[in-house]
Design a protein around this ligand. Structure first.
Ligand code: TLP
Length: 345
């Protein structure tokens, strides 16, 4: 059975154009820097994000880990949003593997970190306290509803941080969604920050990989850390080839996924018992189950699956549905009517 899969945009499979590029990719040993396809991807990613260099990594998780470890030493402190992916879903890798102390600030509803909140927790120069080195922001912000940060906010955060001797890392797993939603060039969002990692394997549909971008000095250090972590790959141009197609052809079309997320939200908001968060800013639709629904989220997942629709709960009474390239208008209609039937009992 071919399922309609709304559990995440990580479920996207490569397009036919990607598979063709993968089959034809020229490859070499990337640990020696010899893979022409990876080099091309890294250069393309760096030029799009307005950085000197890029580094291909196997996942978004490794992109954040390598990025933060390349900026911070053991015992240094990184300031992150309390609902950041790095805090919630990356296994505490920055502390486990890097000895980086994480300090959290509760995000504003739009996913931003308030500058006053950061200012309030900055450490004085005091041997009792870990030195604060870095601020990390997430754009788009997953757990804050797929919200995006504006170029103005990012510039003000970067100025604030730089004036205080801090660096800014961006978990831009979906930064191309943030750019598409605001109709701005992605470098307006990534230019002010010191490093950014973005995922090729989410809405951009490539099968594997993320690219970490920053200054050449930073990337040289990051390459070393990627090797420590066992993330130096060999003829990975085979998969990087799909990433080039992703960057060249898939970034602008993300607005279609955002429009479909709004259509889905509108349809679901008419179903009694579903309390939508509001209109989705990008490709994520979040809603809670109201008390009138007696089914558990697990039961709903199971019943939706029987209707051919895969959905994923993110809490005891909460769902997140994510639109992507493989979700068309017919899939939305089918999803909305399946929810109606399942919740009718
Ligand atoms: N997010 C996944 C799950 O892990 C929750 C998803 O389905 O959304 N940063 C952000 C903002 C992310 O949303 C994710 C993945 C990552 C980093 C990690 O990327 P991967 O899965 O490639 O390690």
């Amino acid at each position: 059975m071919e399922y309609i899969d709304l559990r995440s945009d990580t479920v996207t499979k490569p397009t036919p154009a990607m598979r063709e590029a993968m089959a034809k990719a020229e490859v070499g040993d990337d640990v020696f820097g010899d893979d022409p396809t990876i080099n091309q991807l890294q250069e393309l990613a760096a030029s799009m994000t307005g950085k000197e260099a890029g580094l291909y990594v196997p996942s978004g998780t490794m992109g954040n880990l390598v990025g933060i470890l390349a900026h911070c030493g053991r015992g240094d402190e990184a300031v992150l949003g309390a609902r950041a992916h790095t805090v919630l879903y990356e296994g505490g890798g920055i502390s486990y593997l890097g000895g980086v102390h994480s300090r959290q600030v509760m995000e504003q509803p739009d996913g931003s970190l308030k500058l006053d909140d950061i200012a309030a927790i900055l450490r004085p120069d005091d041997i009792h306290q870990p030195p604060t080195k870095l601020v990390s922001i997430e754009n788009t912000h997953n757990r804050c509803g797929g919200t995006f940060q504006t170029p103005e906010y990012i510039r003000s955060l970067a100025d604030f941080a730089h004036e205080r001797g801090l660096v800014v890392h961006m978990d831009g797993a979906r930064v191309f969604n943030a750019a598409a939603a605001q109709k701005v060039d992605v470098n307006q969002l990534t230019g002010p920050v010191d490093s950014v990692t973005f995922c090729l394997s989410k809405g951009l549909c490539a099968p594997v990989g993320s690219v970490l971008c920053g200054s050449q000095v930073f990337i040289n250090r990051a390459r070393h850390i990627r090797k420590h972590l066992g993330g130096g790959m060999r003829q990975a141009g085979i998969i990087a080839a799909a990433g080039i197609v992703a960057l060249e052809t898939m970034t602008k079309r993300l607005v279609e996924d955002h429009a479909r997320a709004r259509t889905l939200a509108e349809g679901l908001s008419e179903i009694s018992g579903l309390a939508l968060d509001g209109m989705p800013p990008t490709n994520m639709v979040f809603f809670n189950l109201s008390e009138s629904i007696t089914l558990t989220v697990e039961q709903i997942e199971e019943k939706m699956k029987a209707h051919g629709v895969l959905v994923h709960a993110t809490g005891a009474r909460r769902f997140r549905l994510v639109t992507h390239y493989w979700i068309d208008d017919a899939a939305l209609e089918k999803t909305i009517s399946a929810f109606k039937e399942v919740l009718r009992g």
